[in-house]
Structures are given as structure tokens and as C-alpha cells.
Design a protein around this ligand. Sequence first.
Ligand code: BGC
Length: 343
Amino acid sequence: MPLSRVENPCFLLFLFVFQAVFILILYRGGASGVLRGFVESRRVVDYSKSHDVYTNLSLLAPAGGTVLPYCSVHSPIAVGPLTITFDVLPSERMIIQKNPFVQSGGRYRPPHCLARYKSAILVAYSNQEKYLHQLLYYIHPFLQRQQLSYRIYLIQQVGNGTFNRAKLLNVGVREALKDEDWDCLLLHDVNLVPENDYNLYVCDEYYPKHIASAMDKFQYNLPYKSFFGGVSALTPEHYMKMNGFPNTYWGDGGEDDDIATRIQLAGMRIVRTPLQLGRYKVMDYNRETETEEPRRRPASRHNTGKTWKDDGMNSLEFKLLSRTKHPLYTNITVDIGYVPPFS
Ligand code: BGC
């Protein structure tokens, strides 16, 4: 006996596809919306067509009237892939001139609308002026095009001893939260520059977010599955839930692996910016010596399972030496106590 139409698998499949397309059209606000969406998403990740990082910034102007409207959810001035080169070193004067709405201390609020998110950008820093200028040149317009309310903090360790990135970030978080109730803490290496302004510097509501998922130095891929290095975004709640970062990692590397372990131990997981958006240019990495495959350093070496509850924000000690507002950032200089000599 021939199958009735309703029993025919081809007919059922047709019905399913038809319904799915219909729902998509409704959701996207009409057939042209669907088409625009596809064209748009291609444009956003087509790195062969990149834009100057200052594109559209001249469109920013203070809105008339006393009550600012909320900024639109999707920024109308974002452009996607950005042209990043480190051939010319931008001067501080030039960066200031190009960012007229950035206020003292590297503070910015959109002049035309009320920002939906407030992000503190925290950079652990150690005399890398060249990197700093490049970062500031690229990051200010990047953040402004995302319509964020933000401030850039530099946290410097006094003296020439071994660097302690994680402890400096703990200091940065403690100090930044004295200024404002930030929605999101962006922990940012000084030598990384984002390549796409659709890579939003906002937090995930539920879990810590790893943002620098695709660095050029790792062929735009994750070097290993649990990688948490470079740039990450945590809400103050995430940060406190894991007792912040460890204070006891000295020198290069390892602390980010510890942080990834702490996230799990605190009952959270890592979410990640998709590789197509989380692309970064790394300044000055050594192509010859950095060919070795990076590996996660096991947390067992540091006994993280036992130490994380006692080593972190609840044991943080430092002496604040100065806090100064520069035109493009706020500088915090600290004495973090005993620093082992370079080994
Ligand atoms: C280190 C990390 C570092 C990664 C990539 C790992 O071996 O433990 O701290 O981020 O390599 O360089």
C-alpha cells in the first residue's frame, strides 16, 4: 500500500525544513533580515578586508538634551576585522589627539548614549613602553566602538625583581573596585592587540571567559584545551568565588594554568570567545625560539587543590606606592613585598 503523505519521510523532512526557515525569517525580522545576517556574519570574519582602527570614531558626538538614551545592543559603528601593524610607534600626544573623548585616567563614557556595560581593563605592567603605546593606540578606539563605559588601569611592580603577573592583577582588581562597581574585569596582557571589534570586552553572566582564544603566535588556534592566557574577562563575583589569582607565581608562565584549575575547583567552567573573533596579534614574539609546542603546566606542582582557598584575594598584601591619572590610563605602582631575585 502506498504511504500517505504524512507518513512519507521526505514530506516530513520538507515540512521540518519549511518550518525552520519560517521561524528564522520571523526571528530575523523578514527575509531581507536573514540575508543581511548572512552577509554581515561573513563580513565580520573576512580578515582579507580589514578596517582602520579609527574608522567611524569621528561620528561620535555628544547627544543634545539632558537624558541620554541607552546605547543600542549591537553597536552600529563596529566594523569587524581591524588592520593592525606595529611598524610605526605612536606617540602619546598623537593617541591623545585621536581620542578626544577619553578623559583623564583613561576613563571613557560614550558621549551619545548610556553604556550598557562598565568594564575595567587591567594590565600588569613592567616597563614595556613600546608595547604600551601600541596597545593604547589600538585599544581605545576598539573599546569606544563597542560603546562601553571603561577605564584602563596599569599595575606596576616597583623595583627590578621577578615579575608577578597574577599578584599584580589581584592588586588591580582590589584597587579598581574601590573606584566603581565594574560589571566586568578584563585582564589583559600588554603585548596583545585584538583584531576584531566584534570581540566584545564584556563578561559572560555565568562563567569566566577566555577571550584571546586565537593568537597569531599559535597559528590562530588554542595551544591546548584549557589555555587561559593573554586576555580574560571575569565578573567581580567570578573573581571572588575563586579567591582571585594566586599570589605565588613568579616569572614567566604557569599562573594562567593555575587560574584555569582554580576556576574548576570553584565549581565554574571556562567559556571562550569563538576562534574567528578572538584573534590577537602578539607583539615581538620570537618566531625562532618560540617554536616549542606549549603545554599546560600541571597544577599538582603547585598544589593548587590545597592552596587556592588560602592563597589569593584573602591573603593579598601589598603597599600602594602611588596612584596617578595619566591622560590615557590610571597608573598604580605597588610594592608587593618579598620578590625573589631573577634566577
Ligand atoms: C605556560 C603558560 C603559557 C603557555 C603559552 C604554558 O606552558 O604554562 O603560562 O601561557 O605555555 O605560552
